[in-house]
Design a protein around this ligand. Structure first.
Ligand SMILES: Nc1ncnc2c1ncn2[C@@H]1O[C@H](COP(=O)(O)OP(=O)(O)OP(=O)(O)O)[C@@H](O)[C@H]1O
Length: 887
């Protein structure tokens, strides 16, 4: 039972009445050295979230603390943008603050002054990441300082290095205070740079909303205190925060599972979240979802596995389905994860959209339909090969020169339960878009390649003509073949066991390994220049014969495909030799296509097997592991997609959070008016609006031959300047006011990355292969081509055969959201405490940035915008009993 202290509550407990009389007494005869009163709970109407301020594009914690917010173009003038729509769950809109705008930089003075310490701090915490520390009325501040000096209470003191340190105020004079730090040094700082610290009794509380003073240093300190004690989980209202320990923490064993299952423990933990999801699913017969987000290396995949471990323990015993599901992680990781600079086991799921071409003409086609059309026009009208060659060269410069693949991904694992609560199947969905990059030095490709080379039994090795990893160019190029403490051969054995557990037949396993080996051998194919125009031929060596054999085509066909292109000239087909770079691009594109399709096929096969023969009752728990909000110095198409996905998830989050909150008030019989909330619909409209949304405009320009990234940026300015979430910038840049702050995007590469350059000539080659998988991949593509064209396609806006990467991503996201909408969500935000991937290091700035980006600070603020503190009668009596007795 939660307590209400609202003075207008209709249903009051005796404790509430007592507290109210205490408050009145406190108001009437408050001596000057009493602490600032706790903020009164809202009376007839819940508070609106305070004004939101946007993050500058080049936001950085250090500078943000130091200087007032600057806009993208570094203007320091007040910038007021139209207020986005405010939504509510049937509640009335609050008209008390007509001037409040989420993007107003300066909060009106009198409103700020009306805040108590706590409320002002909270606003600063969540809304003003880049603003100066809060200022108080002088009289109020003097009261507080006096009280803090007298009671020797701790304060947070910001040092010249911008770090917060704990200390005690010794004296104040004018605007300066002398503070004694814990290490015994005394520093003189501006009084405005001090913030109240929480009492010892609140050190390391489970839930951030329990903190009396909810300022930035207090939140960071609370999480750090817990982290140092190996307590990696905390709550921020309804959300679980998980800080990556980068070491084994002993809280996942069977005894812990039992303790959470039997409700012996109730402190924050993934098990507690999974337990709640399971119980709600069983009790309410409603599907549940666990939404896990965070940046690369923050621990999303581990967290998902821990949740699955708990659910498997709870729902196990129906014939092994749970172990099959747990084993899928091992398979997905082998094929979908790689070592990157940010994470030794980063999920890097393969992309849907990969350039693949076996002839130069089709390289053109693969860039866009309009490119091919232009080529045709040039050819027919001018018959001037030189112009064409020049044009081709230009286009080729744009084709990515990646080695293997890298993508942005999200993964949804839906676990199905029987009416008895036993696991009876699962479904895996991937939500991804391409992020084609080169393997950087020190990074590895997908684990499966190294595992296969190290662990394949000799029979398999012979069949695939496998060598050690160092002998394959794709694997050796980055100078990193092994990961510390990881035994690839052992991992391969585990993978084989996992494939057996999910009952992937031996033939399919062999087919998959053949494709992997084909990719590796493709990477070893080399070319020799045969004329002074840099044209090449494939070197007829072991690499090309092995690749051809593994794909099931003739060596000659493959050599031809990698070194020539065919151009349709009227009724004739003209064959032209490729240059060295063109041939390399063609080879790499083929390798990427095979791997991408292999991954999709594997997921599909696993899904079929996990669902086979199982009775699906409709009850499920979905676990979503998705990238968090990103804001770098340079943000490109990848960040654009990730942040769009996060914007959608945030809307889902807001709606749910407010609903839950208000349900609790209802349960407690508290008199309240529904809480309005900031709706990010306007930002979503900016992305999604038909014909004048960002994605539509991008598609339009991606298909317009003369469009460039710069003309695209200008077009955005022309059409979107009316949207308050959009900011046109100079050059090829534009800004978006996201829920987590303002991000500046650089349009360079946008058009090229949005194109999905796949074409029919490539598919024909694969169709002619005798091996099953290349054939299957080709026919899947052909089926896609033959799907009926949408009205948009018929209008000629898009190539009827292809969807752009952005549109495909939007479609996947919609599908995902539909699924999430029909479930009760539970949120976990993973935090990476350091970039070194080492235990025991807690970098405050890094943590703070993530808390902001994944909306944790916003959650805390929203959680408190209704009723800030939740205390059970027992807890209240324990903490305040002494005061009551004295009075
Ligand atoms: N709860 C945990 N206990 C112990 N180690 C952990 C835990 N969570 C994460 N780690 C460590 O951190 C590493 C990175 O975690 P993980 O792969 O789950 O990150 P991620 O957020 O999924 O990254 P990416 O987005 O790059 O896939 C793990 O390989 C593991 O070593």
């Amino acid at each position: 039972m939660m307590m209400s202290v609202s003075p207008t509550s209709l249903t009051r407990s005796s404790l509430e009445e007592m507290l109210e009389s205490l408050r009145r007494k406190d108001e009437d005869d408050k001596p000057r050295d009493l602490p600032p009163a706790l903020p009164a709970r809202p009376t007839s109407r819940a508070r609106l979230p305070a004004a939101r301020r946007s993050l500058p594009a080049n936001f950085n914690v250090e500078t943000a603390m130091a200087a007032p917010t600057k806009s993208l173009n570094q203007s320091s003038t007040k910038r007021e943008v139209k207020r986005p729509r405010v939504g509510s769950f049937g509640g009335k809109k609050d008209k008390e603050f007509p001037g409040e705008s989420p993007y107003v930089i300066t909060v009106p003075e009198e409103k700020e002054c009306e805040q108590s310490w706590e409320k002002t701090d909270t606003a600063n915490l969540a809304d003003e990441p880049s603003a100066s520390p809060p200022r108080f009325r002088e009289s109020e501040w003097n009261d507080n300082v006096g009280y803090f000096i007298k009671k020797k209470l701790r304060v947070w003191c910001r040092l010249p290095n911008r770090q917060w340190e704990l200390g005690q105020i010794q004296s104040t004079s004018g605007e300066k205070s002398t503070v004694l730090l814990l290490d015994g040094t005394a520093v003189k700082v501006s009084t405005g740079e001090l913030l109240p610290a929480n009492p010892d009794v609140l050190e390391g509380v489970d839930d951030l909303i329990q903190l009396s003073y909810l300022n930035e240093p207090s939140v960071l300190h609370n999480l750090q205190y817990r982290y140092c004690h190996d307590i990696i989980y905390s709550k921020a209202g309804p959300v679980l925060i998980a800080i990556n320990p980068f070491k084994d923490v002993h809280c996942y064993g069977n005894d812990f599972i039992t303790a959470y299952r039997e409700k012996l423990f109730d402190n924050p933990h993934v098990f507690a979240i999974a337990d709640t999801a399971y119980n709600e699913m069983m009790r309410d017969e409603v599907n549940q979802s666990i939404i896990i987000s965070g940046e690369s290396g923050a621990g999303k995949t581990e967290t998902a596995k821990i949740a699955m471990q708990y659910l498997a323990a709870l729902g196990g015993g129906s014939g092994g389905a749970e172990s099959e599901i747990l084993q899928t992680s091992c398979i997905l990781e082998a094929f979908g994860n790689a070592k990157t600079s940010r994470n030794d086991n980063s999920s890097r799921f393969v992309s849907l959209s990969l350039s693949l071409s076996l002839s130069l003409f089709h390289l053109l086609l693969s860039s866009s339909k309009q490119n091919a059309l232009l080529l045709k026009i040039l050819y027919e009208h001018y018959l001037n090969e030189l112009i064409i060659v020049q044009y081709l060269n230009e286009l080729l410069q744009k084709i990515y020169r990646s080695t293997l693949l890298d993508v942005v991904q999200g993964k949804l694992i839906e676990i199905h339960f029987s009416a008895m609560g036993k696991i009876c199947g699962a479904q895996i969905q991937t939500c991804k878009h391409s992020r084609v990059v080169q393997l950087a030095h020190g990074e590895r490709s997908y684990h499966i390649f190294y595992q296969l080379c190290a662990g394949a039994p000799s029979g398999l090795k012979d069949r695939l003509n496998l060598k050690s990893a160092v002998e394959f160019h794709y694997l050796s190029q980055s100078g990193c073949l092994a990961i510390d403490d990881v035994d690839d051969a052992r991992k391969f054995q585990m993978l084989m066991e996992a494939l057996d557990t999910v009952r992937l037949c031996k033939e399919d396993q062999d087919n998959a390994f053949e494709m992997l080996a084909a990719v590796l051998w493709l990477g070893n194919i080399s070319f020799q220049v045969i004329d002074n125009e840099n044209h090449v031929e494939v070197v007829a060596d072991e690499a090309v014969t092995s690749a051809a054999r593994l794909m099931g085509c003739s060596t000659q066909d493959l050599m031809l495909a990698l070194s020539t292109h065919r151009i349709q000239a009227g009724k004739d087909t003209v064959s032209k030799k490729l240059t060295l770079q063109q041939a390399i691009d063609t080879r790499d594109a083929l390798a990427k296509f095979l791997y991408a399709n292999l991954f999709d096929w594997l997921v599909e096969e696993i899904n079929k097997l996990l669902a086979m023969g199982k009775q699906y009752t409709g009850r499920s728990i979905s676990i979503l592991d998705i990238y968090g909000f990103e804001s770098f110095m340079k943000n490109s198409f990848e960040q654009f997609c990730i942040n769009y996905a996060n914007e959608r998830l945030q809307q889902h989050f807001n709606r749910h959070l407010f609903k839950l909150e208000q349900e609790e008030y209802e349960l407690d019989g508290i008199d309240w008016t529904k809480v309005d909330f900031e709706d990010n619909q306007e930002c979503l409209d900016l992305f999604e609006k038909k014909s004048i949304g960002l994605i539509s405009l991008l598609d339009e320009d991606s298909n317009f031959p003369k469009a460039t990234d710069l003309t695209f940026a200008n077009k955005l300015k022309q059409h979107l300047s009316g949207n308050p979430c959009f900011k046109g910038e100079r050059g090829g840049a534009f800004g978006i006011c996201h829920y987590a702050g303002e991000v500046l995007y650089d349009t360079s590469g946008f058009l090229e990355k949005n194109r999905d350059p796949l074409h029919s000539d490539t598919i024909q080659l694969l169709s002619s292969c005798s091996c099953r998988l290349p054939q299957l991949f080709a026919s899947n593509m052909l089926n896609q081509f033959h799907k009926p064209a949408s009205p948009l396609h018929q209008m000629g806006v898009l190539d009827p055969h292809k969807q752009s990467v952005g549109t495909k991503f939007k479609g996947q996201l919609f599908k995902l959201m539909l699924q999430l909408e029909t479930s009760t969500p539970h949120f976990i935000r993973c935090i990476k405490p350091n970039n070194k991937q080492l235990p025991g290091i807690y970098e405050k700035d890094l943590v703070l940035e993530q808390l902001r980006c994944c909306g944790v600070l916003e959650i805390v603020r929203i959680s408190r915008s209704g009723y800030p503190t939740r205390v059970t009668h027992q807890e209240f009596a324990r903490r305040w009993g002494v005061t009551v007795v004295v009075i």
